[in-house]
Ligand binder design. Structure first.
Ligand SMILES: O=C(O)[C@H](O)[C@@H](O)[C@H](O)[C@H](O)COP(=O)(O)O
Length: 248
């Protein structure tokens, strides 16, 4: 498993710029059949916009990347709460990503569990086999946010999905944090199958969870691993004082 690194940025603007630069640096170096796992949430939106605009857009090899999602709300793909709708509007469409390379979670399925099973089939088809090999990570890059309760993707504290150790994707009928709609989420093993994993965390509402994580509390965000490095990009508003002192 990779090392964990924290980087504290002065403010939200610096965080967005640092995240976009790091993502562009990873993506410009990917191989011919790359896979990226996108996150939802509001923090990442300006990062997507920065990646889809000059100068960074020119560094993203659109012809080599398939785009997947760490989670989505179980709503239609044009719904205001849809993560794929947000990613298409702010990143994928402006980049000119071909529709066939955007792998939305199938929220037209009969229920979240059926959608999860169908999405797992999609991931297996891209990966080639149904068993994750640490020597060959599923994703070149996983992007994650963190909720104020320490959730990641749609893996919420105290909910059973955080314990899933075999399936790559699960349905979440009762979300533990707004928006309180059913979800579809990758599991910790799937998120861990990554060459690099980047957390992007902003705002003082995240500081309590980050403090708990640093103190060793067993939050979903604390359980996230990666085959490669786990990098936390955090702005000062979200950073506990200890983190500011140690990592600025
Ligand atoms: O579907 C989602 O909402 C995200 O996948 C979720 O895990 C998000 O990353 C965190 O809740 C942080 O969200 P903010 O960036 O909006 O604080």
């Amino acid at each position: 498993m990779g090392l964990r690194e924290f980087v504290v940025l002065d403010d939200h603007e610096a965080l967005v710029a640092a995240a976009a630069e790091r993502i562009a640096a990873v993506l410009e170096a990917v191989g011919p059949r790359a896979a990226v796992c996108l996150t939802g949430g509001s923090t990442v939106t300006p990062v997507y916009r920065a990646l889809a605009a000059p100068p960074l857009r020119r560094r993203i090899p659109v012809g080599r990347i398939d785009w997947f999602f760490g989670d989505d709300r179980f709503v239609p793909p044009d719904h205001a709460l849809s993560n794929v709708a947000q990613a298409r509007a702010t990143l994928l469409d402006p980049l000119g990503v071909p529709a066939g390379r955007v792998h939305a979670m199938p929220t037209a399925a009969t229920d979240p569990d059926a959608a999860a099973r169908e999405y797992e089939t999609t991931l297996v088809a891209h990966y080639g086999v149904g068993r994750l090999d640490p020597a060959r990570p599923l994703f070149d890059l996983v992007l994650l946010g963190m909720g104020p309760d320490g959730h990641v993707a749609s893996l919420f504290p105290g909910k059973p999905q955080i314990e899933e150790s075999e399936r790559w994707v699960v349905g979440v009928d009762d979300a533990g944090h707004p928006p309180l709609v059913p979800r579809v989420s990758l599991t910790l093993p799937a998120l861990a199958s990554s060459r690099a994993l980047l957390f992007i965390v902003s705002g003082q509402d995240k500081r309590p969870a980050l403090s708990r994580l640093l103190a060793g509390d067993d939050l979903p965000a604390a359980r996230v691993r990666s085959t490669g490095p786990v990098t936390w990009l955090v702005d000062r508003a979200a950073a506990p004082q200890t983190l500011i002192e140690d990592h600025s």
